[in-house]
Design a protein around this ligand. Structure first.
Ligand code: MN
Length: 263
């Protein structure tokens, strides 16, 4: 047997790669309340050199602490709108909220942040970080048939018809983590969100704004790597260099934990 064929399990373990804990998404349309996950989150992590595992819905802090200890970074996923009652506003009639996530994430996220490990917060994930830091959201951003859409400076944020297109620009603030990753002042992104940051939470620094002034990205104070983004780099991964750079930077930061763990 050649040397490289005689690897045992401890060799495999020492050939380390970052393990990323992914916040589960839920299918609110399913009568069984299926956990669902857009596969491109897993694929983007896989192709960036990490492995993603989906965290379980549980209120057992011991289990979550053990899993958080095991993981090297955390991906806070997108999904349904956040129930505005979480930030002191009124729920919108007939909205599709995900009560499982609205209950679980305020329990889970502080535990994740207490670990100090890298966090990439996408769309709903970013909005929840804002809410849990004392911020508020616009609960119902105007759509394409709204009266606001007639304004000259209108930006359509819930642009479901163009999920894979760079539909609006973002001004990237110098000195931020996002600027360091992007290496430029202007980027173009997709826009699949129906809520957005209104009042900014504590410990967050605006890193990107849309032409209408809406916050599209922030740096999160605390973790070694903390980035919240309102758009979906996992969906754009194949055709967009910036998306690959974001995942590469996140996985690289998580990899530093991983190296430490194996020393
Ligand atoms: Mn947008």
């Amino acid at each position: 047997m050649k040397d490289n064929e005689s690897r045992n399990i401890s060799d495999v373990e020492s050939g380390s790669f970052p393990l990323i804990g992914i916040v589960p998404q839920i299918d609110t349309k399913s009568p069984f309340r299926h956990i669902r996950l857009f596969p491109n989150y897993l694929q983007a992590l896989d192709r960036s050199g990490a492995a993603g595992i989906v965290l379980p819905f549980t209120k057992d802090a011991r289990k979550l602490r053990m899993l958080i200890e095991l993981c090297d970074g955390f991906l806070l996923t997108g999904g349904q709108d956040i129930d505005p009652r979480l930030y002191g506003a009124e729920a919108i009639k007939d909205a599709d909220y995900a009560p499982e996530r609205d209950a679980f994430e305020p329990f889970l996220f502080p535990m994740i942040f207490a670990s100090g490990k890298p966090v990439l917060a996408v769309c709903r994930g970013m909005q929840m970080v804002n809410v849990l830091n004392g911020g508020t959201l616009y609960g119902d951003l105007p759509g394409k048939d709204s009266p606001e859409s007639q304004n000259r400076d209108f930006v359509l944020h819930p642009d479901w018809e163009h999920p894979l297109d760079g539909v609006h620009e973002i001004n990237v603030a110098e000195g931020t983590l996002l600027h360091k990753i992007a290496g430029t002042d202007r980027i173009r992104v997709n826009s699949l969100h129906h809520q957005g940051v209104d009042k900014l939470g504590e410990g967050l620094t605006v890193a990107g704004t849309a032409p209408d002034g809406l916050v599209e990205a922030f740096d999160i104070e605390g973790p070694e790597f903390g980035l919240g983004i309102q758009w979906h780099p996992e969906a754009l991964f194949d055709g967009d260099e910036l998306s690959r750079k974001i995942f590469a930077a996140f996985v690289e930061a998580a990899g530093k934990n991983c190296e430490n763990k194996n020393e």
